[in-house]
Write a protein that binds this ligand. Structure first.
Ligand code: HEM
Length: 455
């Protein structure tokens, strides 16, 4: 018996329709406010109800605003990955990757990729993470301005590509991947929020640059796959797992699926980590007292030698700093689902086919869940305080069957990078830096420029 074949329980007849959120504009509904200031808009929705109806143009969308109901949504089989956000992603990145599949194909794909991300697989990536974390700080010259956007992208792409698609040739490829992915992400968000199809076909410089980068991304992935095959090597890595994967019938998976899977892992793996590194750099600059605490902890653990992967386990405070950065600046700030049948959430009726949206950003900054909710306070993650935080009020990697497979992989590299940065430098923002929040597929600073000062 598959999960899909389970008959859903009959819905209670007295289910209510969720209240409509206030503040809609005639004709436009809530769309205008959502586009103008999405973070403030999502953060205020809980005042209107636990589940609320939004009008986006002619369409009704449901928003879930409490931690327990976002958990219920993510853990329920009544909702799948679908909706406009995912459709536009599929159009650009491919339809056969794990991030957009549902049902048996999704379960099979998760089984294929999961071993590469298991907790006991992470130490094998240690030497690469260590090398990349130190290479990042060694590239920088004290006093010279660091462009945090490109540098964060660079290290995130290099770590994902070198760890998961191993091979010496990755060094040059990782550089090309950085350029392609950064451009693709910039253009993709624009195409998702302003879906003016024909406009993006015009031969404008920005469209040409986007198309070139997208084509190069797909070409790079084809080259990586072809070279691995030609080498005859089968290292124990994610690419080998994908190349050897079998479908539901026990046949090898198709070329398109292999390609889309590599894209579906590299793309979320680089933008999310890069954005978080930018916010960690920002935090080190804006909270020198926190930077000093990280440095002190690292030195206590390492005795002054360069921080190593093996040290990460002992860096409890540095880990809490990363968690707190993910709370206030969750890279994935909005998520959507679609109801596959008439169902209920929080006592409200949700019709089959409805699109549901929620914001980890709003949930993780909510004053109802966190004392001094907007304060950067890594100590709130200490064991005696963490118990006060409601369940599902902190899930930057989500929960359930779509939970990010890379939570351990990401936390290990982010903790190591934060430790390496804070022990070598203090940071100052320089003239021209813009640390305002840029809302895109992920959240990141508009243009963070820092000057590293040797400790
Ligand atoms: C899914 C967050 C890093 C690969 C997700 C989801 C979240 C998330 C919230 C769930 C989406 C949903 O529920 O609809 C993050 C954050 C990261 C991070 C905050 C780092 C700070 C990575 C990395 C990789 C990765 C490094 C790969 C190298 C994926 C994949 C999925 C996913 C493949 C789709 C899983 C599925 O649908 O089954 N991520 N992620 N992520 N993430 Fe991550």
């Amino acid at each position: 018996m598959t999960v899909e074949s389970v008959q859903p329980e009959a819905l209670a007849p007295d289910l209510r329709e969720p209240p409509r959120a206030g503040g809609g504009v005639p004709g436009l509904g809530h769309g205008w406010k959502l586009v103008r200031d999405p973070l403030a808009f999502m953060s205020r929705l809980r005042d209107h109800g636990d589940v609320v109806r939004l009008k986006l143009g002619p369409k009704t969308v449901y928003a879930v605003t409490t931690p327990d109901l976002t958990g219920a949504l993510a853990l329920s089989n009544d909702f799948i990955i679908a909706g406009p956000l995912w459709e536009s992603l599929e159009g650009l990145l491919g339809k056969e990757g794990v991030a957009t599949a549902n049902g048996p194909r999704h379960r099979r794909q998760r089984r294929t990729i999961q071993p590469a991300f298991r907790l006991d697989a992470i130490p094998a990536y240690g030497p690469i993470m260590e090398e990349e974390a130190h290479a990042l700080t060694e590239r920088w010259k004290p006093g010279e301005t660091v462009d945090c956007t490109s540098e964060s992208f660079r290290v995130a792409v290099r770590i994902a590509a070198r760890c998961l698609l191993r091979g010496d040739y990755m060094d040059e490829r990782a550089e090309r991947l950085c350029v392609a992915l950064a451009t693709v992400f910039r253009g993709m968000y624009r195409r998702m929020v302003v879906p003016l199809g024909p406009l993006y076909k015009l031969p404008l410089p920005a469209n040409r640059e986007f198309n070139r980068a997208l084509a190069d991304l797909h070409l790079l992935v084809d080259e990586i796959v072809a070279e691995r095959r030609a080498s005859g090597q089968k290292p124990d890595d994610l690419l080998t797992a994908l190349l050897e994967a079998k479908d539901e019938n026990g046949d090898p998976i198709g070329e398109q699926e292999i390609h889309d899977q590599v894209v579906a892992i590299l793309t979320p793996g680089s933008e999310t980590v890069a954005s978080t590194i930018m916010w960690l750099l920002h935090m080190l600059a804006e909270h020198p007292e926190q930077a000093d605490r990280v440095r002190d902890e690292v030195e206590a653990v390492t005795g002054g030698r360069p921080v190593a992967f093996e040290d990460v386990r002992g860096l409890g405070h540095t880990n809490n700093v990363v968690v707190e950065a993910l709370r206030l600046r969750p890279a994935v700030w909005i998520l959507t689902r679609r109801a596959v049948r008439d169902t209920e959430l929080g006592g409200y009726r949700i019709p089959a086919g409805a699109d549901i949206v929620y914001s980890p950003y709003a949930i993780q900054r909510d004053a109802k869940s966190y004392e001094r909710n907007l304060e950067f306070d890594p100590d709130r993650w200490l064991p005696d305080r963490v118990k006060d935080i409601p369940k599902h009020a902190m899930s930057p990697f989500s929960v359930g069957n779509r939970k990010c497979p890379s939570d351990h992989f990401s936390m290990a590299q982010l903790t190591l990078i934060t430790a390496a940065l804070a022990t070598r430098y203090r940071f100052e923002q320089v003239a021209g830096s813009n640390d305002g929040t840029r809302v895109g597929i992920t959240l990141r600073p508009h243009n963070l420029l820092l000057r590293p000062v040797r400790r």
